[in-house]
Design a protein around this ligand. Structure first.
Ligand code: 23J
Ligand code: MN
Length: 269
């Protein structure tokens, strides 16, 4: 081994301090992941489009004749099931970026500071509420400018709705759930150069976004800007507006468009 540089020593100190704070309680680890089970709601697209499989478990053995000392399952689900990551290659607008899939995105881009924008009051009053640039700029006047390489997490309290029916909130004209105003997405992606957005709803776009111009603007413009999405997050009410660090690495599926994942936030106490 070569002689450690002063930089290495400083970095080792930083990591030791981080671990110490996690163990002693100075930093709390908050799980932003929803339970993944057959009841986990999946996105409902208009009927002309092919649907995604819900989550299922199939027991291989459980300490029995099929495997006397071990328990394990096969599982099946679409890549975009439950708490999941959207890679740029998921959308046609992001298909030509290099390193745009789950296996080849540079791993540093899975970790970033969280800017948490609370619009729970607005979404309680209006399930079709759309986050606008004006609301983001008002947040910035109170909490500072969104830095580059940040995760922008939108708190709607949607994850407190229990069951697929309340989450999807489907009416005669399709689903009703909050999302992004088409004009806000280029602001976040290009003027703020964020890593991506995270939401509590089943997808990053509003329930009614199939009919927006452009169609599904968050997917179209975020992935068209080589940015990511995180959907079906929970516990955003446990995060401060700034100061938390979010870790969100998807499974290394070769040529994956996304994957279910565990999302953790490190929060100063
Ligand atoms: C496919 C088509 C439309 C949408 C989605 C997937 C998602 O929300 C997703 O999970 O990426 S809106
Ligand atoms: Mn998705």
């Amino acid at each position: 081994m070569s002689t450690p540089s002063p930089h290495t020593a400083a970095a080792a100190h930083t990591l030791a301090q981080l671990m110490g704070a996690i163990l002693k309680g100075g930093i709390r680890v908050v799980d932003l992941t929803a339970p993944l089970e057959p009841a986990t709601p999946t996105i409902q697209l208009p009927p002309q489009f092919r649907p995604s499989k819900p989550f299922s478990l199939e027991e291989i053995s459980r300490y029995d004749s099929r495997g006397p000392a071990w328990y394990w399952n096969n599982f099946a689900c679409g890549e975009h099931t439950g708490t999941h990551f959207d890679a740029p290659v998921h959308w046609v607008t992001g298909k030509d970026y290099p390193n745009n899939a789950t296996h080849n995105i540079p791993v540093e881009r899975f970790i970033g500071p969280a800017c948490v924008i609370d619009v729970a009051r607005q979404t309680t009053e209006d399930p079709d509420f759309l986050l606008t640039q004006a609301v983001v700029e008002d947040w910035e006047r109170r909490h500072g400018r969104i830095p580059a390489h940040a995760w922008v997490l939108v708190r709607t309290d949607w994850s407190k709705r229990s069951g697929a029916k309340a989450m999807l909130n489907i009416g005669p004209d399709g689903p009703h759930s909050p999302g992004f105003h088409p004009q806000c997405v280029p602001f976040l992606a290009r003027e703020r150069d964020i890593l991506g957005v995270g939401v509590e709803t089943i997808g990053t776009d509003a329930g009614q976004a199939a009919g927006f111009e452009p169609m599904f603007p968050c997917h179209t413009i975020m992935h068209g800007s080589n940015k990511f999405g995180l959907a079906s997050l929970m516990n955003l009410d446990q995060l401060p507006p700034t100061g938390a660090l979010v870790i969100a690495p998807p499974l290394k599926i070769v040529n994956g468009s996304g994957s279910p994942l565990r999302v953790l936030a490190l929060v100063p106490v």
